[in-house]
Design a binder for this molecule. Sequence first.
Ligand SMILES: Nc1ncnc2c1ncn2[C@@H]1O[C@H](COP(=O)(O)OP(=O)(O)O)[C@@H](O)[C@H]1O
Ligand SMILES: [Mg+2]
Length: 282
Amino acid sequence: MPAMQPESRGDNEPGRLTEAEPCRMAEGGSGRLIAIASGKGGVGKTWFAITLAHALSRTGARVLLFDGDLGLANVDVQLGLTPELDLSSVLSGRATMAEAILRHPQGGFDILAGRSGSGALSAMGDALLERLLHLLREQSQCYDHVILDLGAGVERPLRRMVAAADILLAVATEEPTSLTDAYALLKLTWADTPAGDTRVVVNQAGTRSAGERTYATLRRACGTFLHQEPPLAGVVRRDEKVRDAIRRQSLLLVRHPSCPAGSDVEAIAASLVAGLERGRRS
Ligand SMILES: Nc1ncnc2c1ncn2[C@@H]1O[C@H](COP(=O)(O)OP(=O)(O)O)[C@@H](O)[C@H]1O
Ligand SMILES: [Mg+2]
């Protein structure tokens, strides 16, 4: 597919990726894998994954953003990037994972791009998927956080990737279909990994309290039928600035620093970092 260019990128010119810094594995990153999934498509996973990666990197953490949407990869499209190497280069043996990882110069985080629409990755067999997860786990030692932007649905490869992650952030919106799909995702992933660390992100909330009510609905359904209640990671408000940043293929926190949705994602990043610090002390 040809690279899609925005009408005007304005203040932000991240179009070229640079080489990632050599791995500082010796410094011992915690290598925490954070999966972003939702069940339903179009709820804001990719935008949230990008903005969370950026917010975490602004706290000084080493972050890798991995485009794990094997069918419709679009981290690169949202960011207006045209990487020469991507996940398919790694899986075909043309490049190592370290070679295919590139640095977003403005965001300060690293990216392993996907390959949109090739179909080959979504049809990946078990052995290849396990190899990919093995490589990713190895590479994660170079980072504090690895964010996995996953595709929609609850199919087996997606559930396998969720099971391989340390934390699942299940993204839902107030739309009933999004809530039922998030519930289905939680039910199935809990069946795979009963004690998994799962938290809910409510995105595109009209207000914080509306978002909290949406969360309460999901939590109650989980409590009643699954006998487990996922904690709330945070509410992200609906914000026109998000659409603007995506239209211009730029980072929200660069283009609109301290807008409501940006502040909400920064708060989620801060709580994830605080959780990591607590984990380190104990
Ligand atoms: N907090 C938000 N406020 C306003 N619009 C949002 C917000 N989050 C996401 N969106 C909109 O949702 C659309 C879909 O986002 P995307 O990240 O592609 O979703 P997904 O990866 O879940 O399919 C975006 O193009 C954007 O317009
Ligand atoms: Mg997406």
